[in-house]
Design a protein around this ligand. Structure first.
Ligand SMILES: Nc1ncnc2c1ncn2[C@@H]1O[C@H](COP(=O)(O)OP(=O)(O)OP(=O)(O)O)[C@@H](O)[C@H]1O
Ligand SMILES: [Mg+2]
Length: 253
């Protein structure tokens, strides 16, 4: 499929014009960044794994009726997506304390939260994506109260789906981040899950050993990131064609 003009190059992905109106091609790079791009590296195979894993999760969401931008995978590194207007928020869902929440509140990483907690950061790299209360979101018109209610419902559905899928392969979903986009169907605006769902944007711990299988492996120099992502893909039965599976997908009881 012919790619159109390059529209945007971010830290992990490149967006190109798609073949039809309202479509884009999302190219997954091998670049990894952390701490607002202060730490950078190229990780062989990461882009292909995230392309496959995001396809897998978005397809799963479609199956349970959660609207999202995924249309189809084009090749190892690219997928066709529906173009949308991104709501300038990172929507974070936490099931267990970790990362910035643990730091901010002094709660030990891995502590189960009383219920899933949804928080919002304002998407602005130059400000370090600061945490913002709902009141800011509405006052600054980044989203309406109705949008926020819908976003919250979407985020919790994604959380239930992802937690269940991960639990089924022996992985605890500690937290994750999604982005939401707006699409218009005539006069009607709909909110859909956009961007990506991959180990770059989730915290995933092995249930038995507590081993980290997400981008913290890179952030905290805990080993080989591709191995960690390959393990997630292997357990889910999702692997890029050119990565030989070590063993068959494991069913964890
Ligand atoms: N369906 C979509 N339509 C339009 N834009 C999208 C869609 N899905 C994701 N995006 C945007 O595409 C970009 C993906 O690139 P990448 O994730 O590398 O960006 P980034 O470096 O994390 O920067 P940003 O701060 O913009 O997220 C992001 O800006 C994301 O918001
Ligand atoms: Mg991004």
């Amino acid at each position: 499929m012919a790619k159109g003009k390059k529209l945007y190059e971010g830290k992990a992905k490149v967006l190109y014009e798609g073949p039809e109106p309202d479509t884009l091609i999302q190219y997954f790079k091998d670049d990894a960044t952390a701490f607002n791009a202060e730490k950078k590296d190229t990780i062989d195979g990461k882009g292909a794994l995230n392309n496959r894993l995001s396809e897998f999760f978005m397809n799963g969401l479609t199956q349970i009726g959660v609207p999202n931008h995924f249309i189809k995978r084009l090749n190892m590194r690219e997928q066709l997506i529906r173009s949308c207007e991104i709501v300038p928020l990172e929507v974070i869902v936490r099931n267990y304390a970790a990362g910035s929440m643990s730091k901010r509140l002094g709660i030990e990483e891995g502590t189960q939260l009383p219920r899933p907690i949804v928080e919002f950061s304002y998407k602005d790299d130059s400000l370090g994506d600061p945490l913002v209360p709902e009141e800011y979101i509405i006052a600054f018109n980044w989203a309406s109260q109705q949008d926020l209610d819908d976003i919250l419902a979407l985020a919790l559905r994604v959380n239930d789906y992802l937690s269940g899928v991960m639990y089924g392969v022996g992985i605890k979903l500690i937290d994750f981040k999604i982005e939401i986009g707006r699409v218009w169907e005539g006069d009607f605006m709909r909110l859909i899950v956009a961007d990506e769902i991959s180990p770059d944007s989730c915290r995933l711990w092995d249930i038995e050993t507590g081993q980290k299988l997400d981008k913290d492996v890179f952030r905290r120099d805990l080993g080989n990131l591709t191995d960690a992502y390959t393990e997630v893909a292997r357990r889910l039965g999702v692997l890029p064609a050119n990565v030989a599976p070590a063993t068959k997908p494991t069913i964890v009881h």
